[in-house]
Ligand binder design. Structure first.
Ligand SMILES: C[S@@+](CC[C@H](N)C(=O)[O-])C[C@H]1O[C@@H](n2cnc3c(N)ncnc32)[C@H](O)[C@@H]1O
Length: 446
């Protein structure tokens, strides 16, 4: 195992002397991780995934945590931190409001036996009855997103998965199925929220015009069951690689539903129980996690379980869907620098000001929870970036730092990296800018 004890101690010392962000390059610091297909990290795509080098660096030392300690990521998304924590012999605890994220994260951190998976997969594929084609997923405009031949094949697969009794096996097949859903949909794979593939968006001579045309014509003849089986086989190999990296004893991974309430009935996380918190929280209005996952959420029945996509979106911090009556007055965040900017933004674009203010208030609630569950002297590592709101620089990392300090936490380190791993980041609207430089803030609970 690598140990970054001395590197971290040196950064702490430099920061204590200069009190200024230190430029780093995580890809260089942990250069042997440059193959992204490590263990089970790639079993499913997810928007704005965290660069795995960051948790690796903060987990592989005895300075911030030790083997057996609890490590929490309360915005765990697809489980990058949880997986690295498990490999580093820590006890991973997570939370995410998106049920697709929770499915991916808990599946990613399971220790399946690849041989058993191979047997079960063969049984499942045998069990797919191509005559059972009438499943109705709760996907709005189903025919707009899928060709008729694809809907039939996905239905047959869905029926076969529904018959799998073992819940952990079912999770594995659902993850593979969700991968398939996105791959065989008419959504453009280059854009994280579903936008229908349209060759005419590109000039006839452009490479992407012919590529999009080919993708569409391939879909008319696609054998989805074969594609599903290919996804399964690649993922099974990943569980083989995970086994080689795991310590002998692997703990159960706990995943709660809301970063603002880690004390809920089903997943109680005790006060003063977590040694290390590592998270990359959402940005204000920057990623539409529920919309990006909407096709999978529909086919996996989560939209039925939670009533609608809108109901799921309401728990998502950083969301953008508000009605006019929500932003008749400007919310106060009690972060003086943020309130000054929000007042200016409110006079031009009240909705944007509301999105950003609501975001800060909800982030405050989640950081209060993080502080509650952290042990005394425990550490919190937060990946955040500044962005723009209506042409004004919105210093998210500074505001989150202010919240943490007002909770009594002590800033011990601020590292900056030009992280370009957010391949799915797109320029979403005229009033928000692309995030380029990431700050990694480290605080200690006093
Ligand atoms: C930047 S992503 C995290 C990505 C993750 N680090 C990974 O590598 O996949 C932020 C996550 O915060 C989640 N989120 C938004 N609101 C939340 C809430 N109230 N509680 C928990 N998670 C929430 C989103 O669903 C999204 O998965």
């Amino acid at each position: 195992m690598d140990s970054f004890d001395s590197a971290i101690a040196k950064y702490f010392e430099t920061y204590q002397q200069k009190k200024r962000p230190i430029n780093v390059n995580f890809r260089q610091m942990v250069s042997h991780l440059n193959n992204p297909d490590r263990a089970t990290h790639l079993i499913h795509t997810y928007p704005a995934k965290l660069l795995m080098h960051i948790p690796y660096f903060f987990l592989n030392n005895n300075f911030l945590s030790k083997r057996g300690d609890k490590v929490l990521d309360s915005f765990c998304g697809s489980g990058t931190v949880l997986l690295e924590a498990m490999i580093a012999g820590r006890k991973p605890v997570g939370a995410d409001s998106n049920p697709l994220a929770r499915l991916i994260a808990r599946t990613k951190t399971r220790t399946y036996d690849p041989l058993a998976l191979t047997d079960e997969a063969a049984k499942l594929v045998d069990n797919i009855d191509k005559r059972r084609t009438s499943y109705h997923p709760n996907v709005v405009n189903l025919d707009y997103w899928f060709l008729p031949n694809i809907i039939k094949q996905l239905s047959s697969i869905k029926y076969a998965i529904a018959e799998v009794e073992d819940s952990s096996l079912k999770d594995f097949f659902e993850v593979c199925f969700s991968n398939l859903v996105r791959k065989v949909s008419l959504a453009d794979p280059r854009i994280s929220v579903p936008v229908r593939l349209n060759p005419d968006r590109y000039h006839k001579k452009h490479d992407l015009h012919s590529k999009s045309q080919k993708a569409l014509s391939d879909l008319t003849r696609l054998n989805a069951v074969q594609k599903f089986n290919e996804i399964i086989q690649v993922n099974i190999r990943r569980y083989g690689k995970l086994r080689e990296l795991l310590p002998n004893k692997v703990p159960e991974v706990v995943i709660a539903e809301d970063a603002r309430d880690l004390n809920c009935e089903s997943h109680k996380i005790r006060s003063n129980s977590v040694q290390l918190y590592i998270s990359s929280p959402p940005y204000a209005g920057a990623q539409k996690y529920i919309r990006s996952s909407s096709l999978s959420l529909g086919w996996l029945d989560y939209t039925k379980e939670y009533n609608s996509l809108q109901a799921l979106d309401r728990n998502s911090i950083g969301r953008e869907n508000y009605l006019r009556r929500h932003y008749t007055d400007l919310l106060q965040t009690d972060i003086p620098k943020a309130d000054r900017i929000l007042k200016r933004v409110f006079s031009i674009y009240p909705k944007r000001a509301h999105i950003a203010a609501q975001y800060l208030l909800e982030m405050k609630a989640s950081l209060e929870e993080a502080n509650r569950v952290l042990k005394k002297n425990g550490y919190l590592v937060l990946v955040a970036a500044n962005n723009q709101v209506c042409g004004n620089e919105f210093k998210t990392q500074e505001y989150l730092g202010y919240i943490l300090e007002s909770l009594g936490m002590i800033p011990v380190l601020n590292l900056v990296d030009d992280i370009k791993s957010y391949g799915l980041m797109t320029k979403r609207n005229k009033t928000a800018d692309i995030i380029t430089r990431e700050h990694v803030l480290v605080f200690q609970k006093a």
